[in-house]
Design a protein around this ligand. Structure first.
Ligand code: ADP
Length: 201
C-alpha cells in the first residue's frame, strides 16, 4: 500500500514551498488544488456536470469554469455551495486516490488545504504534517502573492480552521514563520523520517 503523508496548512503558510522541496527530494506530490483546476479546465470532466447544475452562466467562453461567476453564485448560498462541492469533491478524491495508487515514489505527499476540515482526507493519510506560521505573516504573504487586500486575505482565513485547531491534528509540524532558508533543513529531516516510515509500513 502507498504510504501517504497529508500536508496541510492555512492559505499562504507555505504548503507549496514545502511540497516543492519534498518533491525535489524524491517524494511524489499529489495536490488537490491542482486536481481541482484540471477538472474545471476547458474540457475537464467536471465542466458538464457543473453546467447541468448551474447553467451556462458559470462556464467561460473558453469552456473553463468561470471561477468569479461561480463564487458569486455560491457566496451566501449554502445549498448551492453544497451542490458544487457534491460534484467536485468526489471527483477530486477519486483522482487523488488514482494518482496516489499509481505512484512509484517511496511515499506520496497529498496536499490538501482543507484537510482538517474534511474528514474524508484524514482517513486517507497515514500521517499529517502541518505547515505553520503566525496568522499575521500569512496575511502579508497572501497579499504579496495574489494582490488581495488585507480584508480579502483575512476573509479567506476566517473561512478556514484556526492555527490551534490545525496544530491539534498534526503529527509533524514544519515551522515556516521564518525565512525560506529555514524550511529546507526541516523538510530534509522529515523526508528522511518518512522514507523510514514508508519502508516499514
Ligand atoms: P500556500 O501553498 O500554503 O498557500 P505558498 O507556498 O504558496 O503557500 O507560499 C505563499 C507565498 O509566500 C508564496 O509567494 C511564497 O513564495 C511565499 N513564502 C513561502 N514561505 C516563505 C518564507 N519562509 N519566507 C518568505 N516568503 C515565503
Amino acid at each position: 500500500m502507498t504510504y501517504i503523508v497529508g500536508l496541510t496548512g492555512g492559505i499562504g503558510s507555505g504548503k507549496s514551498a514545502a511540497a516543492d522541496l519534498l518533491e525535489e527530494l524524491g517524494a511524489a506530490v499529489v495536490d488537490t488544488d491542482v486536481i481541482a483546476h484540471e477538472l474545471t479546465a476547458p474540457g475537464g470532466p467536471a465542466i458538464e456536470p457543473i453546467r447541468a447544475a448551474f447553467g451556462d452562466g458559470v462556464i467561460a467562453q473558453n469552456g473553463a469554469l468561470d471561477r468569479a461567476a461561480m463564487r458569486r453564485k455560491v457566496f451566501a448560498d449554502a445549498p448551492a455551495k453544497a451542490r458544487l462541492e457534491g460534484i467536485l469533491h468526489p471527483m477530486i478524491r477519486a483522482e487523488a486516490d488514482r494518482r496516489s495508487d499509481a505512484s512509484r515514489a517511496p511515499y506520496v505527499v497529498l496536499v490538501v488545504p482543507l484537510l482538517v476540515e474534511s474528514g474524508g482526507y484524514r482517513r486517507r493519510v497515514q500521517r499529517v504534517v502541518v505547515v505553520d506560521c503566525p496568522e499575521e505573516i500569512q496575511v502579508v504573504r497572501v497579499m504579496s502573492r495574489s494582490g488581495l487586500s488585507e480584508d480579502e486575505a483575512r476573509a479567506i482565513m476566517a473561512a478556514q480552521v484556526g492555527r490551534a485547531q490545525r496544530l491539534a491534528v498534526a503529527d509533524d509540524v514544519i515551522d515556516n514563520g521564518g525565512e525560506l532558508a529555514a524550511l529546507r533543513p526541516q523538510v530534509e529531516a522529515l523526508h528522511r523520517k518518512y522514507l523510514e516510515m514508508a519502508a516499514v509500513s
